[in-house]
Design a protein around this ligand. Structure first.
Ligand SMILES: [Zn+2]
Length: 57
């Protein structure tokens, strides 16, 4: 699964590629009690567009 970024202002979702995020392992303790099918890394914050509009204020 590819990680993605979500802009908190617009709700825009931006996919990105990062091998180290994609290789994050599900902890063994969780694997024992939960059959994980998918995992996603989500970064939340402000995209360039929002950062720009903020600096104009
Ligand atoms: Zn944004």
């Amino acid at each position: 699964m590819e990680p993605f970024m979500r802009c908190l202002q617009y709700g825009a979702i931006i996919d990105f590629e990062n091998k180290s995020y994609e290789q994050i392992d599900v902890p063994v303790g969780i694997k024992k009690q939960f059959n994980v099918i998918n995992k996603r890394v989500i970064l939340e914050g402000h995209c360039k567009k929002c950062q720009k509009s903020k600096s104009l204020e």
